[in-house]
Design a protein around this ligand. Sequence first.
Ligand code: CP
Ligand code: NVA
Length: 314
Amino acid sequence: MDISQYRVKEKINHKHLLTLMDYSSEDIFEIVSLGIKLKHLYKKGVNKPLLKNKTLAMIFSKSSTRTRVSFEQGIWQLGGHALFLSASDIQLGRGETIHDTAKTLSRYGVDGVMIRTFLQSDVEELAKYGDFAVINGLTDDFHPCQALADIMTVYEVYGRLKGLKLVYSGDGNNVANSLILACAKTGVEIVCATPKGYEPNEEVVKHALEWGKVTITDDLEEAVIDADVVYTDVFFSMGQKDDDKKLKALTPYQINQSIMQKAKKDAVFMHCLPAHRGEEVTADVIDSPASVVFEQAENRMHIQKAVMTLLMKD
Ligand code: CP
Ligand code: NVA
C-alpha cells in the first residue's frame, strides 16, 4: 500500500515510540497522515484539545532547540502541559536510577515522558518501569521523531513516497539509523553513503532490508545519481569528541553544489539541524531554494502532536 491510499484511524497499537523497529508501514502511515491532518487544522487556526489536561515530562540529558520547543508547543496546542526536566537539574543527573525516576514520575500521574539521552537502554528501561507512554527524543542510536517528520516532509514535497530515492551522506549515526527504518517501511529507497568504519547499525540495516530497498555504500558520487532527496547530518553528534581521523574520513561526504548537481534536477536537500555550514554541507546548498530544512523543523511539531495524540489520548 502507498501512503496516499491510507485513511487515518486515530488509533495505533503501541504504548511507546522507542525505535521504529517494532512499527509497521501502516503505523508510520497513521502517524504521518495524522500529522498532516493536524497541520492543516493548525494552519486554519484550529487546535483540537485532544490531550486536554494531559502532562508530558521532557527529560533532556543533551541540548535541544527543535525537540524541546516543538514538544512543548505541540502539547500546549493540544490542551496539555509540558514539564521541562533538565537531567542536570533533577536527581537523575546525580545518579538516581532510571528505575526510581520512572516509578516516581508514575506516582504523579504523568501521561507521557519524552526523553533525550545517550543510552538507548535507558529509554527502554524507562518504558519498562514507568506507567506512562515513553517517546524517544534522540539517543546515541535512534531519532525516530526526526525520521517521522522527515517522511512527512518528503511526502509533502512529492505527494507520494513509493519509488522515491533518498541518499543519506555522512556519519552512519542515530539520524541515519532512524531514516533507514522510516524509508524502508514507507516505500522510499534509501542509499547510505558512509565512509568505511562509519556505517549505520548492522542490525537496523538487516531489519530494514526485510521491509524495503536499502543500500550501504562508500561511493557518494555514484549513490547520488537519480536521487530525489539528498540528506546529511553533522559529522560529530552530541557526546562525541571531534577527532581528526573521523573528520578526514567524512570530509569527502560533504554535500555541496557539485554533489547536488549529480542528483535529479528538482532534488531537495534535507538536514535534521543543527547544521555546520562548511563542514557536512556548504552554505550555498543549505540556504538554496532546494533546501527544505525548516519545513523539516516545522514538521517536528506536527508529527509529534500526532505521536502524542496516538500514544497519550484516553
Ligand atoms: N533535529 C533536532 O532534534 O534538533 P534539536 O537538537 O534542536 O532538538
Ligand atoms: N546526530 C545528531 C542529531 C542532532 C539532532 C546528534 O546526535 O547530535
